[in-house]
Design a protein around this ligand. Sequence first.
Ligand SMILES: Nc1ncnc2c1ncn2[C@@H]1O[C@H](COP(=O)(O)OP(=O)(O)OP(=O)(O)O)[C@@H](O)[C@H]1O
Ligand SMILES: [Mg+2]
Length: 268
Amino acid sequence: MLRAEGVEVVYGGRVVGLHSVTLELPPAGAVALLGANGAGKTTLLRALSGLLTFHDAEVRKGQVSLEGESLLDVAPEQVVGRGVVVVLEGRRVFEPLTVEENLRAAMLGGQGRAGRSGSMDTDRLDWVYGLLPPLRHLRGRRAGFLSGGEQQMLAIGRAMMTRPSYLLLDEPTLGLAPTVAGPLMEFVAGLREQGTALLVVEQNAGTALDVADHGYILESGRVVMDKPSDALRRDPDVMEFYLGVGEGGQEGSLREVKRYRRRKRWYS
Ligand SMILES: Nc1ncnc2c1ncn2[C@@H]1O[C@H](COP(=O)(O)OP(=O)(O)OP(=O)(O)O)[C@@H](O)[C@H]1O
Ligand SMILES: [Mg+2]
């Protein structure tokens, strides 16, 4: 279990990014984390993966734990070594390298090369190609020439090279056409069958709830709703503000939904 309990995050010693947030990601589970711009979704991923330190931020109250042990004083690369890996927003890949070089490079940092043979890397590579078969076809292509969806798949493939137990994804479908986002998320859902737990941050609630068993909604740094995905899908506020379904059951335009989101407050 990866767990945040009563977590308060502060940036630069004064700006509060999260207020007493509690979230649980069970082993091999799948959880959606939803919320508007600035709600604190990325901040929570940073808190769970030890990355706050790179943003002049810290957990000032509460606890972050993995299998019951605190992660608060664990260095980020050691958090990766313990099986918690985050794919940051924006598909960070090494553009001049090929797809396969990107995947192999994922094994150089963090867990280190010591004690790892080249054949083990190749086994791992085959395993990742099995999980994300389009990458096998693209293996010789330069990452900088891939489409947005292909780059996102590569970023996920790089994370999977470390065989994480808990994979945290920050807005994996951002900027992708629905025809690309849908199949990508099907591959993501498949990672769970390997025993990898998923925490999926999305503004596109429908996509995330399709993958997840449970969802949390963040608003201004607080969890305002925490329910099974089915219940969230049926909730009228979630339907209206996160699924873009209006009163008459019509799909709202994205612009309308965004305008609503900015106005909407989940608590007063
Ligand atoms: N590096 C930073 N320094 C100071 N404040 C920050 C920093 N990063 C985030 N914040 C603040 O923390 C709050 C939560 O931001 P966060 O980026 O976690 O939101 P988000 O839900 O991921 O938003 P988005 O949907 O835009 O990605 C915001 O008020 C933001 O201004
Ligand atoms: Mg964010």
